[in-house]
Design a protein around this ligand. Sequence first.
Ligand SMILES: NC(=O)C1=CN([C@@H]2O[C@H](COP(=O)(O)OP(=O)(O)OC[C@H]3O[C@@H](n4cnc5c(N)ncnc54)[C@H](O)[C@@H]3O)[C@@H](O)[C@H]2O)C=CC1
Ligand SMILES: O=C(O)CCC(=O)C(=O)O
Length: 469
Amino acid sequence: MSSEEINNLQNSFQRAVNLSGSSGAVSTSPTQSFMDTLPRRMSASNKAKALKPFSTGDMKILLLENVNATAVSIFEDQGYQVEFHKSSLPEEVLIEKIKDVHAIGIRSKTKLSANILKHARNLVSIGCFCIGTNQVDLKYATNAGIAVFNSPFSNSRSVAELIIGEIITLARQLGDRSIELHTGAWNKVSHRCWEVRGKTLGIIGYGHIGSQLSVLAEAMGMHVLYYDTVTIMALGTARQVPTLDELLNNSDFITCHVPATPETKNMLSAPQFAAMKEGAYILNASRGTVVDIPALIQAFKAGKIAGAALDVYPSEPAKNGAGVFNDDLNPWATELISLPNIILTPHIGGSTEEAQSAIGVEVATSLTKYINEGTSVGSVNFPEVSLRSLDYDQENTVRVLYIHHNVPGVLKTVNNVLSNHNIEKQFSDSKGDIAYLMADISNVDQSDIKSVYDELNQTDAKISIRLLY
Ligand SMILES: NC(=O)C1=CN([C@@H]2O[C@H](COP(=O)(O)OP(=O)(O)OC[C@H]3O[C@@H](n4cnc5c(N)ncnc54)[C@H](O)[C@@H]3O)[C@@H](O)[C@H]2O)C=CC1
Ligand SMILES: O=C(O)CCC(=O)C(=O)O
């Protein structure tokens, strides 16, 4: 592209800034002047037409927390501008950077609170390159018309395999033996070391991870009980129990695989430790809020608990480095690290090459499809809406993406605007307080595009609008 063409694009981008009315806000829809800079597409029947926002080259993607290279190359192949950081960013830096980006990719450390999101003027989408989405204020994002995507199961197997490794490590006190030998101490013991065959594994949360784990544990000869708030078909000979207490009373190993919610906060605390078998083992690779760690320390010291494996903590360091896991972060850190047969890992449950690469592809593809085509399939906070592709030879067709408050009468108002053209197809769905309408309208002259945008922009229920062509 020549420098003159780049200047034209930048100028049209700047003019798009002025489309939305609110200062500093940038539309991701085409302006008339920008449309004029575009070569018309070649007509070729039976090929899907690639839809684009006003200029892919202007799309800015901020990637934090060492999101996998597969994602970087998907975004770069689209021509987006990608800014990549290995770690999360301090809040003040993030606030500055989020002002201008159209999409942000994070993992579990970056907290996208309302306080941060309120500075985002152009953000259309958030990609959580992980399973959990509790680090994002989903309510705020939804009300601001920002679609959030995650990867619901690409790292599930990695977590399940970690837990299997840890069950044996705890049963054989492998962590302690290894630390001792690293310091030169030979300590050949069998006291309170066990086989896992024939022992009972209690799984709290029988979703993607819990059910994978169930299969692996049975293959090692373990009995599996699980507790879940919904009734789920048992795999193999696993058995669902009706109460958490029944699981706690009967399990040798207890592992948590539930999301962070108000209901799961301190789900394992003093009363639950009291209900466990003597010498039970606890594993938590879900979220740090689920296990009450001071209560776990007390139960361990009282001899009730024989060991624990923790991968997640109420507060986690923002980046890698020596000395960052300390009492300033969590007041019980020193006490916890002094205890034997306690395996502590730095939130690495999903950290395998296989998982990260698959997550990179999955989330980057969802974001790209949303940015380029408006497809919200897989979003955790939006109604899932998709339209089939346009044909390559559909010259004057525009795709309208209209995110709005879920109130009566909106479709009538919007279709009144669109009905000046031929509505080729449309799909609308709602989820809670918001709704999302996609429509392909044909016979749209380039001169009509701005007026369609302006008319939709004046509708009361509008949260945000994008036009793709
Ligand atoms: N340590 C790590 O690196 C990773 C941690 N995770 C965490 O693991 C959690 C679980 O992941 P998945 O298995 O993929 O989730 P999932 O959504 O497939 O399964 C969660 C299960 O927990 C159940 N559940 C929810 N609330 C419950 C409650 N109060 N009591 C009992 N059961 C309840 C649900 O019904 C569901 O069956 C994620 O939410 C995430 O926070 C996920 C991946 C990696
Ligand atoms: O790999 C990560 O950064 C986070 C993994 C995780 O906790 C998740 O997928 O929910």
